[in-house]
Write a protein that binds this ligand. Structure first.
Ligand code: UDP
Length: 306
């Protein structure tokens, strides 16, 4: 198996799960937002290899390849806003290289797509049939349109070359190995609560997200990998919270007495987001099992560990 972005937050959990079930993994990562620390426990294994390379520039892997999982990309809004051209490159040229690698080996290709495909959605909850509402010239478009292009490229390969592909639309995911400073809401709220600093709710906090614990997300991705389904398939947790509710739950879970303050809402911040997972339930027999409070506790333990 080849996992691009395998040293990132989600990619490294995916590598763990693949190695645990007996697969061999080549992890390709340029370590721009990922870190070798995320895969240190795997580095000693003969079935695991880390190749430090930017997949938008080169992706060369020797030996047999059964599947290519393309997970390389900045994913946190502050990260992709700081790397606009790199984000567009990894979604376009990186995806083309990953598809070529899969094609050369007759391997299945799995694209890590995103709920950002739906932009600021007018249909709620979002089903895979909804085409989305994305501002193609706004700052977030570097991520949203890169992923939309990656989906288009993947489907073109599928149609033109009969390539075996699967597209997973990943909704907000959290858990251990989130970078404390990555700017995403769970990293921010937990690190703020644990250090007694104010929790920064952007805007009035009425915008919603539906948060999936990383072990659930990985189980859904593996189910798609092991199937022959093309998708796209939403994989996320449909439990929806406003960001103000999330801030209060984080305070409860951590026992913190931090205050809640408001800060400006980022440009084009989606007002609501919740996956319809009917397709994943029916076709993959998958649904999330970790409750938000449990997942937040486990993530808080990771942030508190020395
Ligand atoms: N958010 C917030 N405070 C923070 C970070 C994020 O209120 O410190 C909000 C953000 O405006 C968005 C939601 O939390 O509405 C999720 O943001 P995140 O960056 O985690 O991911 P997104 O879903 O926007 O890609």
């Amino acid at each position: 198996m080849v996992v691009t972005g395998g040293a990132g937050f989600l990619g490294s959990h995916l590598c763990d799960a693949l190695i645990a079930r007996g697969d061999s993994v080549v992890c390709v990562d340029d370590l721009s937002t990922g870190s070798a620390d995320n895969v240190t426990e795997l580095l000693g294994r003969h079935s695991f290899e880390l190749l430090v390379s930017d997949v938008s520039v080169s992706l060369e892997v020797d030996g047999p390849v059964d599947a290519v999982l393309h997970f390389a990309s900045a994913a946190s809004p502050p990260d992709y806003l700081a790397r606009p051209l790199e984000t567009l490159a990894v979604g376009s040229e990186g995806t083309r290289r990953a598809l070529s690698l899969a094609g050369a080996h007759g391997a299945r290709f799995v694209l890590a797509s995103t709920s950002e495909i739906y932009g600021d959605p007018e249909v709620h909850p979002q089903t895979e049939r909804y085409w989305g509402n994305v501002n193609s010239v706004g700052p977030r478009s570097v991520y949203d349109e890169a992923k939309r292009f990656a989906e288009a490229l993947t489907m073109a390969w599928h149609r033109a070359l009969d390539a075996d592909v699967g597209i997973v639309r990943i909704f907000n995911t959290y858990g251990p190995r989130l970078r404390p400073g990555d700017g995403r809401v769970v990293s921010n709220f937990l690190t703020q609560a644990l250090s007694g600093r104010p929790l920064t709710v952007y805007g009035d906090g009425t915008q919603t997200r539906s948060l999936c614990f990383v072990s659930d997300e990985v189980a859904g991705i593996l189910a798609l990998l092991d199937s022959s389904i093309t998708g796209p398939v939403n994989i996320g947790n449909p439990d929806e919270y406003t960001m103000l509710e999330l801030a209060r739950i984080v305070l409860q879970v951590t026992g913190s007495s931090s205050e809640i303050v408001h800060a400006p809402l980022p440009v084009d911040d989606p007002t609501r987001r919740r996956p319809d997972i009917t397709l994943a339930r029916r076709e993959l027999g998958w649904e999330p099992v970790v409750a938000l409070q449990d997942g937040l506790r486990r993530t808080a333990d990771f942030f508190s560990a020395p």
